[in-house]
Design a protein around this ligand. Structure first.
Ligand SMILES: Cc1cc2nc3c(=O)[nH]c(=O)nc-3n(C[C@H](O)[C@H](O)[C@H](O)COP(=O)(O)O)c2cc1C
Length: 406
């Protein structure tokens, strides 16, 4: 059987790649695709861990049947009810009508809400598990742990103790299809770690406290392999992966650097952004990420904001407010409660302003963000004295970053 991978002797990756869907959750670009990972455990009893998005079901079922070789599935473990994993539940029930659905007390009301269970056959054969419950398959034992709000209320993870495999659901998942390699040691990790951060920051990012609680809970387990629902299966350096989640969920920056993001109609705010970037470079800052908020999808900008300690935001004025292509970024960061960052502010205007005022209001709403330097608002084309003020923001930012060097 092709395109199946052994996670261990009797655990199989039966995931699928999706390179067709343009946007995850219909808003996050999937430039490099995504995988929906599902795992099959063959033992005295057979268990399937999660399914896939409905559009990829045919390919998935072919793999499942290929591994089963005529056997039936006894248990379908539903770690998460989001449709990109629960999408093929109906297909599994249709093919294996005796399968027992395993979920927690919050799983089944969602199943009932998504599906017409009386019609689809998912009304019966339900096993409700709670924290710490175990399910014996033979040689393999599954233990269930609830991880509410990582990133849905019913989210749970399943630990298989004989192999030390944690089926972690969306936690530790990343965007990017699996183009040949399945495991971390078979892949270029710099790409997947970036995509893992983009996934975390945009999807799980608001739920730092529940993620911290989950990390503490799972910390006592002997984890040899993390098998998430998206992206690579991690088996080489588990502590590195756990370390990423620990830092990201605390919103601790990963690296020295500055994200400059601006919105500009006629180029004046852009000129200001360039001047700030140049001065940061003169101050010895190497990682400077300069983004036009109208052009780059915000999910990439947010991922870099998660990575770096410095953030400098600029906006032209638009109807007495922040430019419409900058405002959604501010709203999302506000919703996520951005913290542990230094912030610089600049903007452009022609009559009574609005851009800088809006960014300042954003800064005031966040407790964990420290404004560095004096906000600079320029009318039209920046003059020499304006550049001096913009450079002062860059220098103040660089001073903060240098002071934080260990
Ligand atoms: C639709 C529209 C609304 C604007 N609203 C404001 C405003 O509320 N206050 C203001 O001072 N300037 C306003 N402006 C003027 C621009 O902010 C100003 O020209 C600025 O220099 C543009 O910066 P940019 O070159 O970076 O695009 C508006 C311009 C447009 C086209």
């Amino acid at each position: 059987m092709h395109n199946i991978e052994n996670v261990s002797d009797d655990i199989f990756w039966v995931g699928v790649n999706d390179r067709k869907t343009q946007r995850f959750e219909n808003y996050l670009p999937l430039d490099k695709g995504v995988s929906y990972n599902s795992y099959l455990i063959l033992d005295e009893k057979v268990a399937l861990i999660d399914t896939v998005e409905i559009g990829t079901s045919e390919n998935f079922l072919e793999k499942v049947e290929g591994v089963l070789q005529g056997r039936k599935i006894d248990y379908l473990i539903i770690n998460h009810m989001e449709p990109d994993h629960a999408g093929a539940i109906k297909d599994i029930i249709r093919l294996y009508p005796d399968v027992t659905l395993v979920g927690n007390v919050k799983t089944f009301p969602m199943l009932d809400a998504f599906y017409d269970c009386a019609k689809e056959g998912c009304e019966n054969n339900r096993l409700v598990v709670k924290e710490g419950d175990t399910l014996e398959l033979g040689k393999h034992t599954l233990t269930f742990a609830m991880v509410p709000m990582v990133h849905w209320p019913e989210s749970m993870v399943t630990y298989e103790s004989s192999t030390g495999t944690l089926f972690s659901n969306d936690a530790f998942g990343s965007f990017g299809s699996l183009d040949g390699g399945i495991f971390d040691d078979q892949l270029n990790l710099s790409f997947y770690e970036d995509e893992m951060r983009r996934y975390y920051s945009n999807i799980v990012g608001k739920y730092g406290a529940p993620t911290q609680a989950a990390i503490k809970k799972l910390g006592g387990l002997d984890i040899k392999c993390i098998a998430p629902c998206h992206g690579p299966v991690w088996r080489t350096d588990i502590s590195r992966v756990l370390g990423h989640y620990d830092a990201w969920s605390k919103m601790e920056p990963e690296a020295e650097g500055v994200v400059i993001v601006y919105g500009s109609m006629y180029g004046n705010t852009e000129k200001m952004a360039n001047a700030i970037a140049r001065q940061l470079s003169k101050e010895g800052i190497i990682d400077i990420k300069l983004y036009d908020a109208s052009k780059t999808d915000h999910s990439y900008i947010i991922s870099d904001i998660w990575k770096y300690q410095g953030l400098i935001i600029g906006s032209c004025s638009h109807n007495n407010a922040v430019y419409p292509k900058v405002q959604p970024l501010l709203s999302k960061l506000q919703n996520y409660g951005l913290k542990n960052r230094y912030l610089g502010i600049f903007g452009n205007m022609m009559w009574s302003g609005g851009g800088v005022k809006g960014i300042q209001a954003f800064a005031d709403s966040l407790r964990g963000v420290e404004v560095v330097g004096e906000p600079v608002e320029v009318k039209g084309s920046p003059r020499s004295e304006d550049y001096t003020k913009l450079e002062a923001i860059a220098t103040a930012m660089a001073d903060k970053l240098k002071a934080a060097r260990k």
